[in-house]
Ligand binder design. Sequence first.
Ligand code: ACO
Ligand code: OAA
Length: 374
Amino acid sequence: MTDTDIKKGLAGVVADYTAISKVNPETNSLLYRGYPVQELAESCSFEQVAYLLWHGELPTDDERAEFEKHERSLRPLDERTKKLISALPTSAHPMDVVRTAVSQLGTFDDTLLRPGGVTDANLNEGRAMYLLAQLPAIVAFDQRRRRGEDLVEPRDDLGYAANFLWMTFGEEPHEVVERAFNVSMILYAEHSFNASTFTARVVTSTLADVYSAVTAAIGALKGPLHGGANEAVMEALDEIKTADAAEKWLDDALAEKRKIMGFGHRVYKNGDSRVPTMKQALDTLVEHYDRRDMLELYEALETAMGERKNIKPNLDYPSGPAYNLMGFDTQTFTPLFVAARVAGWTAHIAEQLANNALIRPLSEYNGPDERHVG
Ligand SMILES: CC(=O)SCCNC(=O)CCNC(=O)[C@H](O)C(C)(C)COP(=O)(O)OP(=O)(O)OC[C@H]1O[C@@H](n2cnc3c(N)ncnc32)[C@H](O)[C@@H]1OP(=O)(O)O
Ligand SMILES: O=C([O-])CC(=O)C(=O)O
């Protein structure tokens, strides 16, 4: 075996089929079940897109109404979840809180103990809906308690995006903000075999349950090379402060061999298909909040990175400042990604189970030759 036989980071390896989404770097496009993500972001709600990812088709009006009713009924947090979150230190990262809360949700589900209960497709669909409905409440409550604010109960007269913002900020969002947030949730919902989704599929392939797979996926998403980058983008923009400081900041960072968060991608080498749509949403927020300074800073760093390295932004680059303008704390950004991506993770869990093979690659041993104790 030579070095070239080792696929470091599994780069370029096709590990399985998927019918859920197609990431095409050649055409710089992303399809969810065949639909261009830009079209879905333009005309659908996050709930419709979750339905599409799970069922393969967009819902009819009746199916949509039923789906929304079910999702809304599952929003309120259990007292045990409120107690658990309240007991966790506010010094802990919100991703650790979300991971812990999802893990606890698994302990409430006694259907897991039924014969065949872990792999039952109907039960797993119910679990996916439960997680989709609960995550906004978990994320919103955690941000509020860190600010010394009381929990805001969900509303069943609001759609997913409006209710999420309502529970976080305690007021109904302006339509511009609701729209931008809905777009971000759709763009974050699914992206084929990214690291967190692959993690969920690895865990599922052992026939472990949905909660275990999602808890593990949250762990994988936390890192700054993946979902954690949206938070890191904001930290960088906060550090740079103004557009005229961007070039020097970048030169210093590159000289220190730092990775510039929100830039580059394992699959897209010519720009991330989702960035133009999220950038448009960011533009609407810049106008709404009258924050041209943010846009200038955003564009200055993007331009400098293009000139120095010819590396383009990924989705985390525009979504970081967008979430900042909406009023989210920087550490809440990656939990927002979790809330959206759980739609994709659970679609992949179902797909993995429908045609399962244990995921277990080989390694080439390069440690000491055989030796003996004593
Ligand atoms: C939603 C998402 O999860 S999107 C990804 C979010 N992550 C980030 O934004 C983190 C910053 N980006 C990165 O670290 C990388 O671009 C990754 C991890 C996303 C992709 O990495 P890989 O496909 O493994 O590419 P790799 O890291 O090998 O980069 C190739 C070259 O480009 C450079 N490069 C890639 N991205 C960056 C970056 N953001 N800043 C500086 N240099 C970079 C690498 O240093 C490397 O240079 P070299 O060949 O001189 O060593
Ligand atoms: O596909 C990837 O490797 C990372 C990514 O953009 C995502 O998960 O949205």
